[in-house]
Design a protein around this ligand. Sequence first.
Ligand SMILES: Cc1cc2nc3c(=O)[nH]c(=O)nc-3n(C[C@H](O)[C@H](O)[C@H](O)COP(=O)(O)OP(=O)(O)OC[C@H]3O[C@@H](n4cnc5c(N)ncnc54)[C@H](O)[C@@H]3O)c2cc1C
Length: 380
Amino acid sequence: MEIRFSFEELEIQKSVRKFVKNELLPIAREVDENWALPDRVREKLLSMGILRTPFPEEWGGAGGTFSGMIIALKELSYASLVPSWLLFENFMLAYPISQYGSDFLKATYLGPLLSLESIGALAFTEPDTGSDPLQLKTSAKKVDGGWLINGSKRFITNSGICDQMILFAKAENSVAAFLVETKGKGYEAGKRESFIHSKGFDNGDLYLEDYFAPDEHVIGDTSQGFEILLKTETLGKIAFCTLFVGIGERALDLSVSYANTKTHRGKSIGHRFQMTQVKLARMLSKVEAMKAYLFQVCSMVDQGKDVFFEAAALKLFVASEIKEITSDAMEIHGAYGLSNEYDVAGLYQAAISAQVVMGSLDIQRVIVAKGVLSRGVSGV
Ligand SMILES: Cc1cc2nc3c(=O)[nH]c(=O)nc-3n(C[C@H](O)[C@H](O)[C@H](O)COP(=O)(O)OP(=O)(O)OC[C@H]3O[C@@H](n4cnc5c(N)ncnc54)[C@H](O)[C@@H]3O)c2cc1C
C-alpha cells in the first residue's frame, strides 16, 4: 500500500525531520535521561505548532488532519520519546475538551494546551483497576455549584507536573469526566513510580480529598464519561502506537549501520552472515507494515470513520511487532545491544511499555474479537 500524504502533510514531515536531525538527535540521550527538553528545543517545538494541527482554527488549532499530527509524532519519536509523549499527553486532554467541552472550557484551556504553555494528563487508572470503569472507586458527589471529588488514582503520567487533567469518577450512577486543576485545594500528587522503560518519566499516584470541581468543569454531561473515555482512548491508542513506529525505524537504521560497519574476518556482519540479513529483512517488513497500518487507520480517522476496533487491532499489532524489531536490533548488536552506551538498549526497554500503557493487550484482544465477530472482515 502506498501512503500518499497531502502537500501540507509533507511540509510538516519535512520541517519536523529537519528539526529532529539538526536539533533533537544530537541531544536525544540527555533529553531521555532527564525526561525534559532544554528551553531552546522546547521553544522550537512550540513554534512548529504540531499539536495544533488537527484542531479547529476557531479554538487555536490549525484545521489540519489527524494524519498530519501523527506524521510529526512519528518523526519526533525517531529521536526521543520525550517530546512526542509530552504532546501525546496534552492531546489526551485537548481532544475530549474539543469534542465534548463547553465553549467556556474550549476558550479557557485549549489554547494553552495546544501551545504547550500548560501540561495536561488523563487520570482513569486506580489501585484496583486500569481496565474496568465499573470498578472505579473515585467518587463525585453533587453539592451546591459543583462536585466534591474523593479518591485516588495510580500510574498517572504527568500527575506531579501537569496543570490540568481529565479525571474520571463515579457520579451518582454513571462515570463522569471532570477537568481537574492540579493547583486546586484537595489535589495532591503522591509517590512517583519508577519504570524499566524510562528513568525520568513523571508518573505516579494522586489523591483527591474533597476536591471541588465547579459545574462548568464537567466535560460533556455527567452520563457521558465512559463514552468520552472510549473515544479519547481510541485516538490516544493510535497516537501512542505512533511512538513505537518511530522507535522501530530508529532500531532498523541503527542495525543497518552496525551491520555495515562491524566486521568479522574482514567483512561486515551484514554481508558475511545470512542470519543478520534475515533479521534486517524481517525488521524492514515489520516496520513498513506498522507504518502502512498506522496511516491506514489515520486516514479512516480523517474520513470521520469510527475506528474503535481498528485502534485496538493496531495496538495489538504494533505492541507485538516492536518487541520483535527491538529484540532483533539488540541481537544484531551482540553484547553492545545490552550496553547502555548504545541506543538500541534504550529502544528495547521502551518497547515493552507498548504492551501495557493505553490498555492491556488482553483488553485489545477482547475488543478486536467483538468487532470481528459482529461484522466480519471483508465487509461483504
Ligand atoms: C508507563 C505507564 C503510564 C501510564 N499512564 C497512565 C495515565 O496517564 N493514565 C491512566 O489512567 N493510566 C495510566 N497507566 C495505567 C495503564 O493504562 C494500566 O496499567 C493498564 O490499562 C492496565 O491496567 P491495570 O494495570 O490496572 O491492569 P488490570 O486492569 O488490573 O488487568 C490485570 C490483568 O488482567 C487482564 N484483564 C483485565 N480485565 C480483563 C478482561 N475484561 N478481559 C480479559 N483480561 C482482562 C489484563 O489484560 C491484565 O493482564 C499507565 C501505565 C504505565 C505502565
